[in-house]
Design a protein around this ligand. Structure first.
Ligand SMILES: *[C@@H]1O[C@H](CO)[C@@H](O)[C@H](O)[C@H]1NC(C)=O
Ligand SMILES: *[C@@H]1O[C@H](CO)[C@@H](O)[C@H](O)[C@H]1NC(C)=O
Ligand SMILES: *[C@@H]1O[C@H](CO)[C@@H](O)[C@H](O)[C@H]1NC(C)=O
Length: 374
């Protein structure tokens, strides 16, 4: 009796030193594991004692019988590198969490063919797992949503898999003409440099960002995942700039040497107008003839603030100024520069020898003379 007890004790002790006793992961048939197409999945398997190290570890997989299947992953005592099935190289690895008894396997970039029965096997037992590979289900599939924007703004069109592990097997973004919108590097034509897709950062989020919108971008955009049945439609409206005080003619007066703000703005200040320009009198060019004297705010204040600030006015600046935005929409200013100016003496003293400075000093003198003789 005592001898039997000793033998039993020895066997127990040996059990610990003999290596890895697999933990039962499922007592009712194989353990069911779900993964998503394009994502990664962990197939759990471990020794009861996480510090024990198996002498041999083999992962096998098959759809039918385990006889004669080549190992998916195999490492024997003394091997430096595991042996991995050729067509799975780079997609299969051990979970490395520092415990030698954790034998779990990760499969990356899952394919539908990976849905099989798996066997984790050491010198002291085996465990079975059954892997199912599911597809991405589009969140808010079947919906049709309306979005309104003003020109110049950006719009984010959301599209993602409800399961944040899945990758769409096929993805199609279509523009209002039914043409495919490609990722930024491949996109040419109308949307070139204006599209951004997010599927580089996350496999499951394929939202689209369209920037610098114009009225021509109006229409329906569709995100289709894994075929036509899984789609979401966005109906986009883009409002262009409407000039406030459109078609008005405003008369303004200023003194020589002073500044004047010619106010011109879209009713929506966030709207960026198409074909925006200021036309000064005599077809002059703002940036050339008014160099250093003209200031615009649409790039600094708000895209829809088209006001023009003219400074150090001279009588030559008189005339019609037209603020144009969109198709034939404009606001007109008739500027008169007249009267003596207090700023004038200042300007003359500055020793600014440009010709225009000189002319309005003469002009001012002329005015003052006139006043004194009257
Ligand atoms: C375990 O590994 C050893 C050393 O490589 C080898 O001799 C033995 O056959 C392996 N046993 C099994 C069951 O694979
Ligand atoms: C998807 O990406 C877009 C852009 O980065 C982001 O705004 C959106 O919140 C993301 N979706 C989810 C569900 O996180
Ligand atoms: C446009 O910008 C100018 C300069 O900042 C400012 O004086 C003016 O009030 C702005 N116009 C509108 C409509 O906001």
């Amino acid at each position: 009796m005592r001898n039997i007890y000793m033998v039993w004790l020895l066997l127990c002790l040996c059990g610990f030193t003999l290596g890895c006793q697999l933990e039962d992961i499922s007592s009712f048939g194989p353990l069911k594991v779900t993964g998503y197409y394009g994502g990664s999945v962990v197939l759990p398997c471990n020794c009861k004692d996480l510090q024990s190290k198996p002498r041999n570890l083999t992962w096998l997989r098959t759809v039918r019988y385990f006889n004669e299947v080549p190992p998916l992953y195999k490492i024997n005592e003394g091997d430096k590198e595991p042996e991995i099935q050729k067509d799975c190289e780079g997609r299969v690895a051990r979970v490395d969490d520092g415990s030698p008894g954790n034998l779990a396997l990760v499969i990356y970039n899952l394919r539908h063919e990976d849905a099989m029965t798996y066997r984790c096997q050491t010198e002291r037992g085996m465990e079975y797992l059954e892997l199912t590979v599911k597809d991405c289900n589009l969140a808010s599939s079947g919906e049709r949503l309306e979005i309104s924007k003003v020109s110049g703004e950006s719009v984010l069109l959301p599209c993602w898999c409800a399961e944040k592990k899945a990758k769409p097997q096929t993805l199609r973004w279509k523009d209002p003409n039914g043409r495919l919108i490609r990722s930024e590097s491949q996109q040419s034509g109308r949307f070139a440099h204006r599209v951004e897709m997010f599927n580089d950062n996350t496999i499951w989020n394929v939202s689209l960002l369209l920037s610098d919108l114009t009225v021509d971008d109006e229409g329906e955009y569709t995100c289709e995942i894994n075929g036509k049945d899984n789609k979401v439609v966005y109906s986009l409206t883009v409002t262009d700039c409407t000039l406030s005080g459109q078609d008005e003619v405003v008369e303004v007066e200023a003194q020589p040497g002073s500044s004047i703000l010619l106010p011109c703005a879209c009713t929506t200040l966030e709207a960026k107008p198409q074909n925006f320009r200021w036309t000064p009198p005599n077809n002059r060019e703002i940036h050339w003839h008014y160099r250093g004297r003209a200031e615009l705010f649409h790039q600094t204040a708000a895209p829809g603030n088209l006001s023009l600030l003219l400074s150090k006015l001279t009588p030559e600046d008189e005339g019609v100024y037209r603020c144009e935005a969109g198709e034939g929409k404009s606001k007109v200013f008739v500027l008169t520069v007249r009267g003596p100016s207090f700023l004038l003496s200042d300007n003359c003293r500055k020793n600014d020898d440009s010709w225009s400075q000189f002319t309005y000093c003469i002009f001012a003198l002329f005015c003052i003379c006139q006043f004194t003789f009257l």
